[in-house]
Write a protein of this length. Sequence first.
Length: 406
Amino acid sequence: MAIYHLSTKPISRSSGRSAVASIAYRAGIAITDERLGKTYDYTKRHGVLWTGLATPNDVKVDRNELWNLAEKSENRSNSRTAREIVINIPHELMQGDQGTGNMLAHEFASQLSKKYQVAVDVAVHAPDKQGDNRNFHAHLLLTTRKIELDRNGNIKLTDKSQLEMSNTQLKQAGLLSNQDELKEIRKAWADLTNEYLAEHGIDERIDHRSHKDRGLDTLPTVKMGWQATELERNGIRTDVGNKNRDIKAHNANLMQKKILESEIVIQQTLKNASKTPIEPHKDISARVTSPTPIKSQKSEIRPPSVDVRIDVSQHPQKPPTDEQDWRSQYEVWKAQKNAPVSEQTIQPPNALQTLEQSAMSKYEQWKAEKALAEQQVQREAERQRQLAQRQIKPTPKYDNDIGFSP
């Protein structure tokens, strides 16, 4: 299952970090920090699958030159020299030569580079051996300043990028706040990833929105990390593991509750459909009981509980006063009912017409409700059948004396 993850954090001197050391470790290379005169060598590091560099307008730049320039461009002891974005690449796109996942990470880096006019260094990593073996991910290191070429064709880092501006500065410039801009980045990653998944015929999709924004009652699990994952694999329970187990139990109880509520609704719908309740009209001024001929004609299409009240005052034609008049009018209307429409001149008696329309409308409503209830029951039965098929059956154990046992 494709999992969404995107997080960002600054590389700051105040935390004892440097852009040169960060890219050396993430890209698995050797690079010297010219400002400190210190070399970082991570060429023996395993797990780096692919690296690449994205720049606006395809500016050619050497990785060593770029990150030393990023360090030299900042003078303060607490300066931010880079920004890191970590993304999870769906393992479905990392099959075979892993070229599809690498291309996805580089295209996303190119989008960020073009939008914010910064250089973006990409390093795609394999899952940690001790962690989840589906956890393919990429580290994107962004310069905090915009990158340009001077008159001599040399690169230079100029103003701070939009991602490093304060909310006050962003507001004055008419730009989105930091929080809203991060939401845009998260959405862009989800949209691009889903395009790749669709293009390669993979049904999985990721969603950048929170459970609350998606209208979900379930709770999201928390990221385990490779340390906790390794401990859990060795049978050692961790705090984050216990928290995820509690979350999964809560979500399972919530789903079971919804299933029960759905079953109750279905049963109630079936019960109401079997009763076929029909409310009489509110503007009742007389109760009309149909004579025998009318009852025999409608008995096949009207539920037996139909009881219709007719407001006689709304019809200019007075209803018949005795059964003989009713019967005579009915017979005349019945005789010409099957004639062509152009030849039909006699309308059914007002009371009879009202009775027919009311019964038919109630009957059609009853049929629709019954069909809906039956469809819901069938869907629930099919869902339960699929759940039963997915359950893992216990593997029989073999005993030398008694053979296989359950």
